[in-house]
Design a protein around this ligand. Structure first.
Ligand SMILES: CCCCCc1ccc(-c2ccc(S(=O)(=O)CCO)cc2)cc1[C@H]1C[C@H]1c1ccccn1
Length: 238
């Protein structure tokens, strides 16, 4: 494993997020707040220092793509502006490895709040499925706020959010009955997207919850559709 000062934290947080995502939405603590076809979005209403920091967990089933493809496009900075509509600027501050980056993102201002930026490490990895041998491996992409000497301190211009986000994907293959080749029609990708965003500075709770209710379903729907479109007619990446 690369000898980088962030590596122990990246390893710990990524595996913690994997366990957190795999807990699903049992326990009755999660409130369903949006549904669209296979996509179900849950939240928990929590406040930290009077700020709404509502953990979010979404589950979705997407046909025709693999978990490797889904997490690849989520991780890749090159395509982020294709699907992230709230992004104004993005800069890769450090390439720690080909699967690990430090990224600074400036998001569009969301009225009535002041503009926000996010500084985080981003990591993607394949995790062998330890419970079900003949299942496909699990793929996880994880973004977690970090410090970085190259990130400009905004001199009060921008408010920095704190976030931990993960996208966990499990691919299933239903092989064709006639023993023919596996095509995208035989693929199903089960997705769990988790996010906890601390807005970093005061936003009226009602306004923030309205933004979450509007932005998160749009974001996950647009992102997953983007991956389906990109993968259509392309060779399958398992
Ligand atoms: C008044 C709003 C204050 C908080 C604004 C804010 C900033 C960043 C983020 C955010 C940052 C990263 C990610 S990601 O999953 O890592 C993908 C890469 O971009 C996801 C969401 C969210 C929000 C909250 C609006 C909410 C919102 C929700 C989904 C989309 C846009 N805005």
């Amino acid at each position: 494993a690369p000898a980088h000062p962030l590596w122990p934290e990246i390893e710990r947080v990524t595996l913690e997020q994997l366990q957190y995502a795999r807990l699903g939405v049992e326990g009755g603590v999660w409130q369903l707040f949006a549904e669209d076809g296979e996509m179900k979005m849950y939240k928990r209403e929590e406040e930290v220092d009077g700020l709404a920091v509502d953990p979010l967990k979404a589950v979705h089933t997407v046909k025709g793509v693999t978990g490797r493809e889904m997490t690849h496009y989520f991780f890749s900075p090159d395509v982020r502006f294709e699907w992230e509509t709230t992004l104004e600027q993005m800069k890769v501050l450090e390439t720690i490895a080909d699967d690990t980056l430090v990224i600074l993102q400036i998001h569009k201002r969301v009225w009535p709040a002041s503009q926000r930026d996010a500084l985080f490490w981003s990591h993607v990895r394949r995790v062998p499925n330890d419970t079900d041998r003949d299942a496909q491996d699990i793929w996880i992409a994880c973004n977690h706020s970090t410090e970085h000497h190259e990130a400009p301190s905004n001199e009060g211009k921008m408010v920095r959010v704190a976030l931990t986000v993960c996208l966990v994907c499990q691919t299933s293959i239903e092989p064709p009955a006639d023993g023919g080749p596996v095509t995208r029609d035989h693929l199903t990708c089960k997705i769990t997207y988790c996010s906890v965003v601390n807005p970093g500075g005061w936003v009226p709770t009602s306004a923030l919850r309205a933004v979450y209710k509007r932005e998160y379903p749009k974001f996950l729907k647009r992102f997953t559709q983007y991956v389906k479109d990109r993968c259509d007619k392309q060779p399958i990446l398992f």
